[in-house]
Design a protein around this ligand. Sequence first.
Ligand code: ASP
Ligand code: MG
Length: 409
Amino acid sequence: MALIVQKYGGTSVGSIDRIKAVAAKVKSWSERGHQLVVVVSAMSGETDRLIALAKSIQPRPSPRELDVLLATGEQVTIALFSMALEDAGCQARSYTGSQVHILTDSAHNKARIRDIDAARVRADLEVGRVVVIAGFQGVDEQGNITTLGRGGSDTSAVAMAAALKADECQIYTDVDGVYTTDPRVEPRARRLDRITFEEMLEMASLGSKVLQIRSVEFAGKYKVPLRVLSSFEEGEGTLISLEEEIVEQAKISGIAFNRDEAKLTILGVPDQPGVAHKILGPISDANIEVDMIIQNIAADEKTTDFTFTVNRNDYPRAMEMLRSTAETLSAKQVLGDNRIVKISLVGVGMRSHAGIASTMFGALAKEGINIRMISTSEIKISVVVDEKYLELGVRALHEAFGLAGETAA
Ligand code: ASP
Ligand code: MG
């Protein structure tokens, strides 16, 4: 018998029929003798609908009141879901975030969970009830309702699993697991049986948007085994766990990419202490996140060139700032390109294997894809290329690293 936390997202509970279908699934888990805690999202589209309502009154709604409003989406689902369970003959109880005391800080609309009092949930589990909890919401020290940011139910589920020391946290969604890359780009992409927390963080932050990133960080920190699986099909899904638990580690787990990139270059800045700080200081003060940074060797030993990437949305603002920095530093020129993408090879196995980078660069060269920037970390190699090469590049790398598995190729 195991204690399992399951989370069902908006599409999985998007209609009464779906709620009933999911309740039947939960019931069968419970009948097999498992203790079950179910965390649910608002029915699909509901959170967006509520946000639109708020904006029809205040263009920038009061964060506190917005949380009061948004929390109702999940409250509707928990009640309907518990009714469906009861109707199927399965004892259940629903709770809002504040009732089970998901204590958060007071940062409305993006609160962080601090503590959970699991006693109430445990008491219900002990008498054989399924406990249904509203995801995405909590309560601060003053009793104000808070929400955790879009997609936050994933984090609620993981936090609940950590607090209960659950055997597994299962995230049910509309895909059947984590893939070697986005199947819309490479139809031969394969579902991974296992992946490490570290790899999943890279895959998620680089565009494989299966899980809220914060939930993966949380799961890694508290060592909660996390499984992503489909609400609609049977299957094992993908288990996200610690590296030690993965027996046969592939060199490369997957290929992530990000389309929302832009790069900026400042040419001919004085090569002296403090210049990098002068260039990036204003950018970071404006809360613009910088990803890759490259500074060249000064060919004439007096000036250097400096390139960095930002999110495409921040490109116009960053460009404006860089132009004014260029004037102060008497730089030669400012260049920019917002039609670039980043493609990354991800794998904890690459730590111990030389030659991965050269295989990667070779595969891209063979397709005539010019690499504009390169950066590496322990478990990742990223390249920036022109936007038009995204699909071709991803497919070439998928092939070069044999990710389609034995059946294909
Ligand atoms: N209902 C919230 C949202 O749509 C939270 C979630 O689904 O995880 O973002
Ligand atoms: Mg979601």
